[in-house]
Design a protein. Structure first.
Length: 349
């Protein structure tokens, strides 16, 4: 395979490039991670090796076809109507797929991409307005005062809390949660988080994606433009239509308590209204119920959580934690996702 040329309108930090070598020379001075990725991107291989995130298992290297990465970029451009000349901000690490795909979108679609240091508050030093960017929830939380500097924003790499969703309702920026994984070359579906015209809002799949459920009620993804195989997930969903679904939680996190199936992520969505610290719920073995629901909170050791739980409406009797545990610091992946099982190992039950 010959070196792929980038789109003629592509710019990086305001610079245009007449050749791949010119771009590589520039990126070498800019950022080692970007240089390494672009070197791989323009190599003769027809694939890129990337690491999975490790949030639900051990991180592993997988091969992604460059053709499929381009197809993913085109699908995002089509869905969000982001044509050549789009101004975009890269504020994620290019060591991981989300950051790599910002580069691929810019290269493929002819965007004008600016790169800033990976920071928890990436917009604080920015003095221009961008059409598009991607962040993790922590960056969104810290960028609320400057969010007007981005017109459309996708947020991935973690759940956006109800508290944070409430804070973005009055901003003009269109904010979307993404659904996807490394194997699907980032997102295959998005859900609007603010500026609603209709409610409730569900995940909407991108072009050329078909969705099904298996016998476990887990999502199956057929996306021939980005994957050769049917992708079997462990995400329990409710299919709303051929193109929409509601995410209920991870199959491997489902708690069977006295014969009632509890979805931790849905319970956490309700609890996020009253708990500002990081937390999660889980099931532990119980002689009577089989599994009992517990709440694990990071940092706090006071009775405030118990008080809040007593007044929270919207929880069924099954969804109320039977015990609360406090952990000084959660165990995380390199991309700051909570490793639930490893964190539970820190607790003496």
């Amino acid at each position: 395979m010959e070196k792929q040329m980038h789109h003629s309108d592509f710019q990086l930090n305001g610079q245009s490039f007449s050749s791949v070598d010119e771009l590589l020379n520039y990126s070498q001075q800019l950022n080692p991670s970007i240089f390494n990725f672009l070197t791989d991107w323009f190599s003769s291989d027809d694939y890129i090796v990337v690491q999975t995130s490790g949030s639900t298992g051990k991180p592993k290297p997988i091969q992604l076809k460059k053709e499929y990465m381009k197809n993913s970029a085109k699908a995002t451009g089509e869905f969000f109507n982001l044509k050549k000349g789009t101004t975009a901000l890269l504020c994620l690490s290019t060591d991981y797929i989300a950051g790599k795909m910002m580069l691929v979108r810019a290269l493929t679609l002819g965007w004008e991409l600016d790169v800033v240091e990976v920071d928890s508050n990436p917009l604080s030093q920015i003095d221009k307005v961008y059409d598009f960017s991607a962040m993790v929830p922590m960056q969104l939380q810290n960028s609320l005062a400057d969010l007007h500097k981005v017109r459309k924003l996708i947020v991935g790499g973690g759940v956006v809390s109800n508290e944070l969703i409430n804070k973005i309702q009055d901003v003009k920026t269109e904010v979307f949660a993404t659904y996807g994984m490394t194997e699907t070359i980032t997102h295959i579906a998005v859900k609007k988080l603010n500026n609603f015209t209709i409610t409730p809002v569900f995940y909407e799949v991108l072009p050329n994606v078909t969705i099904y459920k298996d016998q476990r009620n887990c999502l199956l993804i057929e996306a021939p433009k980005v994957s050769d195989e049917l992708i079997v997930t462990n995400d329990v969903v409710e299919l709303i239509s051929d193109t929409q679904f509601e995410w209920l939680g991870r199959f491997d996190n489902v708690i069977n308590s006295g014969g009632v199936k509890l979805y931790p992520e849905k319970i956490e969505e309700k609890l996020s209204k009253i708990i500002s610290e990081r937390f999660f719920v889980a099931g532990i073995p119980d002689g009577v119920l089989g599994e009992k629901l517990i709440l694990v909170v990071e940092g706090i050791t006071s009775g405030e959580v118990e008080k809040s739980l007593s007044v929270l409406e919207g929880l069924s009797k099954y969804e109320k934690p039977k015990a609360i545990y406090f952990v000084e610091s959660f165990i995380e992946t390199e991309t700051k996702k909570i490793q639930r099982k490893k964190t539970l190992d820190l607790i003496s039950f």
